[in-house]
Design a protein around this ligand. Structure first.
Ligand code: PAF
Length: 282
């Protein structure tokens, strides 16, 4: 396994692989890998000739008061996990390599990004789209792998690829959870032991919401109120949102009568903002 730090090294490597007729799978990450990432890598490993993992904490997708500086970073640890998982190349560029002086081009979207996480993180998806676009141009993957935990991100990237006629297949992979139901996330490392013991309530509340809809409840308001109440019942005080939206347009729905995404984001402690979701076909 190679760790490459520059765009030109990756392009050179990709050219060699293409010469051998190999397909390429890309797993974009911000590092501090966990089993969620490893499931994406496994999927990429099984379905491509070569696998590239990008490991880059992207400053463009963090707002001014967010956790860019505190985001956990450990390339050696990530490299050990990637090596074991059969990754061929880690692309770990510096910020200057990705955004050299004078950088001023961005990829943005008019729909899909205004609600859910986009509401409290107004520049987030522009940053995600821009970096993912750059990674696609650098690695030219046949397939790129993203977790369904970031459901809005996955929808945005699929739309971007469709709208801009990009030559890559986007593969969404299921949420991987801890034994107690908490969705795996690099940000779980911010939790104190007490916060960690409360965090599984998020999944418990979402499961209750899912059961309500499966049991015939069609009022989004009632389901959202029930989920929020369960989360707040353990002493968590700050919910960013609990929303039920159309699974394609991501527009809020009042009456649940077509396929929906139910998503939430909850603040815990100083830095942690944990997200979770489920989709249902109605
Ligand atoms: O999901 C993430 O870790 C990031 O948003 C991504 C896709 C790697 C872009 O920085």
């Amino acid at each position: 396994m190679k760790i490459l730090k520059t765009v030109s090294e990756v392009k050179e490597q990709v050219k060699l692989w293409r010469g051998e007729g190999l397909t390429i799978g890309l797993v974009p990450t911000m590092g501090w890998l966990h089993e969620g990432h490893l499931s994406l890598i496994k999927n990429a490993r099984e379905n491509n000739g070569r696998v590239v993992v990008s490991d880059f904490v992207n400053p463009l997708q963090f707002g001014p008061n967010e956790d860019f500086d505190n985001y956990p970073r450990d390339l050696d640890r990530d490299a050990g996990l990637c090596e074991k998982a059969g990754v061929d190349v880690i692309f770990a560029p510096s910020v200057e390599e990705m955004y050299p002086e004078g950088f001023c081009s961005y990829v943005d979207m008019n729909g899909l990004t205004g609600g859910l996480c986009g509401k409290s993180r107004p520049i987030h998806f522009r940053g995600v789209q821009t970096v993912v676009n750059k990674l696609f141009n650098i690695v030219t993957p046949d397939n790129a792998y993203f977790g369904e935990k970031d459901a809005q991100q996955l929808a945005v990237i699929k739309r971007m690829v469709l709208d801009l006629n990009m030559n890559v297949k986007i593969k969404g992979c299921p949420i991987i959870r801890e034994e107690d139901g908490l969705a795996k996330s690099s940000r779980n490392s911010y939790l104190t032991p007490e916060e960690r013991s409360l965090a599984p309530i998020i999944n418990k509340a979402m499961t209750r919401g899912k059961e309500m809809i499966q049991g015939g409840e069609r009022s989004s308001e009632k389901v959202i109120a029930a989920i929020s109440e369960i989360i707040l019942s353990v002493g968590i005080t700050k919910i960013d949102y609990v929303s039920i939206v159309d699974s394609l347009s991501l527009e809020p729905v009042d009456t649940i009568e077509r396929d929906i995404l139910c998503a939430c984001a909850v603040y815990m402690g100083n830095f942690a903002r944990l997200i979770d979701n489920f989709s249902l076909e109605i």
